[in-house]
Design a protein around this ligand. Structure first.
Ligand code: ZN
Ligand code: ZN
Length: 724
């Protein structure tokens, strides 16, 4: 019999497992990695064999498909054969946190890998970040520069060893190592001495850079966060905190059972947890949540072993707007005090993943390390490249009925980040050996840099460019995430280019893969000075209040100037901007120093608030009058910010859900969902859920595809493939 295993079956200890089971069952034949799948030939009962494989599958492995074919051959032994090319796209292993067995070894004084920061085995360690090509063999990774010593080679060849065919096997004798550098780039110490010294510097309050698996992190002790903010020039932006262990995490945040599970999972994402106290308030000023994650590489564990403190600020190291630094030479541009760098190349940059949990569902803010590459089954069979939007971007590439998301790319307004997008796409095309493409999808926005990448690829592959409206793509991502084909979707976000040339963002769409209809939206308001209003939110509040004859924030000649500017300004129906305006009017946040800040800072107030004010949004022709809602708020007067915020948002969500529910009921549509960056606001999602459930309809939220623009490319891809 020939058995083909598809799924995550390479670089996860799958072949050694097959080997052991075959030996135990006395079977003859072979196992080999063929492209991205594993091919097994055995000369006996395949049922028992497959059953055993499934039973003993390592945590990190996943079987998606098993194909059994009759195969006539006789062998007198069972062998692991060298890898061959074949179907390539099925499995690219993800970076996987150190396993318990390896962890035990690095803290065992008698083990030859005692405190060795690159310790890994067949089921754990860096993967995607160091893969240059498939099949997943050592020569196709950045470990190819390190020649195995005899001891490692013996482990590698021993079928009963945990490191049998572990492609990235190494030890202190033969593997990569860390070097500690000072500001001027001079080496201070190497190997364990380097880590130990760096740990001391962190305890003593210095700012450092650590090279990890998929990029560099800026780090400092949590009691230096305020100083770090001044130095790094990020006044308010939330920073992630890596803590020693789960117990430490509990000191700072409330952790539900689901959150604990995902924190401890092999992906080890940053999880946004509810703050327990003010201890780390300055890690995410004004936000109810704090981003916490646990050590995932051997280095992190060793660092905490040497450190006295139990938590470190640890954030992606990049110059403003640029992708995370991955090259040693460029690290020194970061201007930190100390640098803990290793001598293994990072092949694929991959940022830490960030998510929050809502009723057991994962809301990915950033889906990257530990999760990418991964795919979703596609409703089409075309080869499509979708390049995403602009900020928080990623691309999505489909082949053989599967849609793969690239890693998180970032803000492609920046030239280097745009190049990163292009390179990330090309890497996937290389892995999949795709030499023809059926369609290339870009956002409708005429000025996005991602469009340039799309245009270039379209020329290279000689295919036409397809434009897809931003919010439709969001809605389709939500449909695919939920296995639905049609729904009414509240698509609420910052800004996206609308079919009418306006800036949309507070939309109710009747969406399917084939088309969409805009059945409602928030009233257009002028965004005075365009981008300037996104930063200086007072401009938005001014333009709203001006419509009911109230002057606010700008007076006299300044007000006249604003009015003049308003006439030439773009119009927007963005929910994000309305929440910004609310946050600003209530005095919660008047200036936005990072994307979504004002709206995010509302969340705490929405959590605490009650429906106290009688407010009802006027609706006509599916248009929700946000201006009048502000008038009501202003006339009521604000005694309690939280209650005012809650009442306002509740009235807004009620109006939007009424339109959606009414339409769905009339048309016999069973599902209503929410997507877009605003849907990270959990109180707001809960308000909508209540209304939808009350109406007896099915409520859709995200779980696998990011709610925000990091998830838009998947929707673009589906639309591209269906309509190409
Ligand atoms: Zn391991
Ligand atoms: Zn070795």
């Amino acid at each position: 019999m020939k058995i083909i295993f598809r799924g995550v079956v390479q670089g996860v200890g799958f072949r050694p497992l097959i080997y052991r089971i075959a030996k135990e069952l006395g079977l003859h034949g072979y196992v080999l990695n063929k492209g991205g799948e594993v091919e097994v030939v055995i000369d006996g009962d395949e049922k028992k064999f497959i059953e055993e494989v499934k039973k003993r599958l390592p945590d990190v492995a996943r079987i998606d498909e098993i194909i059994v074919q009759p195969y006539d051959a006789s062998y007198d032994d069972f062998k692991i054969i060298e890898s061959k090319d074949g179907h390539r796209e099925f499995a690219i292993p993800v970076d996987t946190a150190i396993c318990d067995s390896c962890l035990k070894e690095i803290f065992d004084k008698n083990n030859r890998r005692y405190l060795y920061p690159f310790t890994n085995c067949t089921i754990c360690g860096a993967r995607f970040s160091l893969i240059k090509d498939l099949p997943y063999d050592r020569e196709n990774t950045s470990m190819d520069e390190f020649k195995m010593c005899n001891e490692c080679l013996n482990e590698y060849k021993d079928a009963m060893n945990r490191r049998y065919h572990a492609q990235t096997i190494s030890c202190p004798k033969c593997g990569p190592y860390y070097t500690l550098y000072g500001r001027d780039g001079d080496a201070i110490a190497i190997k364990n001495e380097a880590i130990k010294k760096f740990a001391e510097y962190m305890d003593n309050g210095y700012f450092g850079v650590i090279k990890s698996w998929g990029g560099m992190h800026l780090v400092c002790s949590v009691d230096k966060i305020n100083e770090f903010r001044k130095w790094y020039g990020r006044e308010q932006k939330p920073f992630a905190i890596m803590v020693r262990d789960i117990k430490t995490a509990e000191k700072y945040a409330y952790i539900s059972e689901e959150e604990r599970k995902i924190l401890l999972s092999k992906a080890r994402p940053i999880v946004l947890l509810h703050k327990r106290n003010d201890a780390l308030e300055n890690a995410s000023p004004g936000l109810p949540n704090i981003g916490i994650y646990l050590p995932y590489s051997a280095l992190h564990h060793i660092l905490f072993h040497y450190m006295k403190k139990d938590a470190l600020l640890m954030t992606s190291a990049n110059l403003p707007g640029q992708p995370m630094v991955i090259e040693n030479e460029r690290a020194f541009d970061l201007n930190a005090d100390y640098y803990l760098l290793h001598n293994r190349k990072i092949v694929n940059r991959i940022d830490d993943s960030v998510l929050k949990i809502w009723r057991g569902r994962k809301f990915f803010i950033r889906k990257s390390r530990g999760f990418i590459p991964s795919f979703l089954p596609s409703p089409h069979n075309k080869k499509v490249i979708a390049v995403g939007a602009e900020e928080n971007s990623s691309a999505a590439i489909s082949i053989n009925g599967k849609i793969y998301s690239t890693q998180y790319i970032g803000d492609t307004k920046n030239y280097d980040t745009m190049l990163y997008l292009e390179n990330a796409i090309k890497f996937f095309l290389k892995l999949f050996k795709m030499d023809s493409i059926d369609a290339i999808v870009v956002d409708l926005h005429p000025l996005y840099n991602s469009r340039k990448v799309g245009v270039k690829l379209a020329e290279e592959y000689d295919v036409e460019l397809m434009e897809v409206q931003h919010h439709w793509a969001h809605a389709v991502s939500l449909l695919l995430d939920n296995g639905e084909k049609e729904a009414i979707v509240l698509t609420l976000d910052g800004l996206g280019y609308g079919s009418d040339g306006m800036l949309w963002g507070g939309e109710i769409l009747h969406a399917s893969f084939e088309n969409f209809e805009r059945i409602g939206h928030l009233k257009y308001i002028p965004l005075i000075g365009g981008d300037a209003a996104t930063k200086d939110i007072r401009r938005i509040v001014f333009s709203i209040f001006d419509q009911f004859g109230e002057e606010i924030f700008f007076y006299g000649s300044e007000a006249s100037l604003m009015r003049r500017l308003a006439k030439e300004s773009p119009l927007t129906s963005s929910m994000g901007r309305v929440l910004d305006a609310l946050s600003c009017y209530l005095g919660i946040c008047t200036k936005s120093t990072y994307d979504g800040e004002a709206a995010m800072k509302l969340e705490k107030y929405l959590e605490e608030g009650k429906e106290e004010y009688e407010m009802e949004a006027k609706v006509g022709n599916g248009i929700v009058d946000t201006v009048d809602l502000f008038r009501q708020l202003h006339e009521n007067g604000v005694e309690n910010k939280a209650n005012a915020a809650y009442s306002f948002v509740k009235a807004l969500i009620d109006a939007l859900s009424n339109i959606a529910i009414d339409y769905a009921t009339r048309r016999g549509i069973e599902s209503i969902g929410i997507t877009g960056g605003v849907s990270y606001s959990l109180p707001l999602v809960s308000m909508l859920e209540e209304n939808v459930k009350k109406a007896g309809l099915h409520f859709l939220v995200h779980n696998r595809i990011p709610n925000g623009d990091n998830g838009i490319a998947v929707g673009q891809n589906v639309i591209g493939g269906i309509n190409a």
